[in-house]
Design a protein around this ligand. Structure first.
Ligand code: PLP
Length: 460
């Protein structure tokens, strides 16, 4: 019995719906998995299979599925005032309330917010603001924004340009001018000749090297995620961020913290920069600000940039029809109510974060795992052919995708980035649920190992 008629849905899906980042022809061959319902940390597909969603949708659903208060907030707001814009000297109440609330939750020195609909639009806004800031400083030559290889900042022309994925740049003539990329602080992916601490310092100094190569008078900003998410949960060594802060301070360039994933408790603080003690000038946010229940993103603008834009800038020629959308802002406020009532950043920092770390990092004893690490509620492990030497699999074998499919079959959503398996479960997850999650991961690793052995892809 299939109340959803999955075959029909799959046929219409492949005929009409172009999915993001998807090979449509390949997908049509086997049909998409249709997700129909969610509750807490679980989702269900159209054939009744339950999955533990260890990716929070796509890093979004911090408070879990099925929270009625967000639906009620949207319902109330839509009946009251579903939409009005904030152009032409007008404003709407939920946008004012949300901007006020975010200014209170943000680190000191952040008192203004620009709203967008997504993280990509947030980072496009960052590009506009950064360049406008330097124009207003009388330094229009400062245009270059530095970013990192394998960082992810979205998929608009600006966001994709900042992103350090060459396969994205290859389609569409990107990056746009005056964007540069430096290496990422991925110690396990290096030759591991240095300690993580030494490597972290060296990786930070790639920024200084590039600033000097470009010419400090031409560099406007450095943008990075506190922990790289879509790049495979790359947690930098503890030495990395303090050294980056020293470098941006030394050359006076703006620091942009892309917290579309790390914001709103993911690393155990309201913002990821607070975990590392950095002092960014701009913070991009999206995803968990509404727990993904409705699209909303934006930029928290620190006083240094805000004062220039507001006091000297005149009209800022940028904005979106839906900047400060009342329904989206109302949903965000209900989401933040729940986060604050449950003090989710603290729940992550003091309770489930350390618990997940202990469980997840114990997976390093598995014969497929070369390295496993966690921080707050993000975690990643590297599947390798030989855990002693760290020798990777041939990428052509797509071992990560094989493992991901096995996870799906076993009722677990875990994402593969190359041969890194990553998770970012809802922040409301409990300790018993983490036990269940780690047990599932271990079972899926065992099955992957067994399958690789059958294929003859293991050395022993
Ligand atoms: C998801 C993401 C984005 C892009 O956000 P969209 O809402 O998909 O446009 C930008 N930066 C980071 C760090 C992200 O994880």
């Amino acid at each position: 019995m299939d109340p959803f008629d999955t075959a029909d849905l799959q046929a219409r899906d492949s005929a009409h719906f172009l999915h993001p980042f998807t090979d449509t022809k390949a997908l049509s061959g086997h049909g998409a998995r249709i997700i129909v319902r969610g509750d807490g940390i679980f989702i269900w597909d159209s054939q009744g299979h339950r999955l533990l969603d260890a990716m929070s949708g796509l890093w979004c659903v911090a408070i879990g599925y099925g929270q009625r208060r967000l639906a009620d907030a949207a319902h109330r707001q839509m009946l009251e005032l579903p939409f009005y814009n904030s152009f032409f000297k007008t404003a709407v109440v939920p946008a004012i309330d949300l901007a006020t609330r975010l200014s209170r939750l943000a680190p000191p020195g952040f008192n203004r917010v620009f709203f967008t609909n997504s993280g990509s639009e947030g980072n496009d806004t960052v590009i506009r603001m950064v360049r406008r800031y330097w124009d207003l400083q009388g330094q229009p030559g400062r245009k270059v924004i530095l970013s990192r290889i394998n960082g992810y900042h979205g998929s608009t022309m600006g966001g994709a340009s900042l992103s350090g994925m060459d396969y994205m740049h290859a389609q569409g003539g990107l990056p746009i001018p005056d964007i540069g990329h430096i290496g990422q602080p991925y110690w396990y992916g290096s030759d591991r000749a240095e300690s993580p601490a030494d490597f972290g310092l060296r990786a930070a100094r790639w920024l200084e090297d590039r600033i000097l190569a470009v010419g400090p008078e031409r560099v406007a900003a450095f943008i990075a995620e506190p922990v790289q998410g879509a790049g495979g949960v790359i947690i930098p060594p503890e030495t990395y961020w303090p050294e980056v802060q020293r470098i941006v301070d030394r050359y006076g360039i703006l620091l942009v913290s892309d917290e579309v994933i790390c914001g709103f408790g993911r690393l155990g603080q309201w913002f990821g920069c607070q975990h590392y003690g950095t002092r960014p000038d701009l913070i991009t946010f999206a995803k968990a600000v509404t727990s993904g229940y409705i699209p909303l993103g934006g930029v928290l603008v620190g006083d240094r940039v805000a004062n220039a834009l507001v006091e000297q800038g005149g009209e800022f020629e940028h904005g979106f029809t839906y900047s400060g959308h009342p329904t989206a802002c109302a949903v965000a406020l209900a989401n933040l109510d729940i986060m604050e009532e449950q003090d989710l950043p603290r729940h992550v920092r003091e309770d489930v974060g350390p618990y997940l770390k202990a469980g997840f990092e114990s997976l390093v004893d598995h014969p497929l795992v070369g390295h496993a690490e966690a921080l707050g509620l993000v975690a990643g492990l590297a599947l390798v052919a030989d855990p002693v030497s760290g020798r990777p699999f041939d990428p052509a074998l797509s071992v990560g995708l094989l493992c991901r499919d096995i996870c799906f079959r076993n009722g677990l959503v875990m994402r593969a980035v190359g041969d890194r398996m990553i998770i970012a479960p809802p922040l409301v997850i409990t300790r018993p649920q983490i036990d269940e999650l780690i047990g599932l991961v271990r079972r899926c690793l065992d099955e992957t190992h067994a399958e690789l052995r059958v294929h003859g892809w293991l050395a022993d």
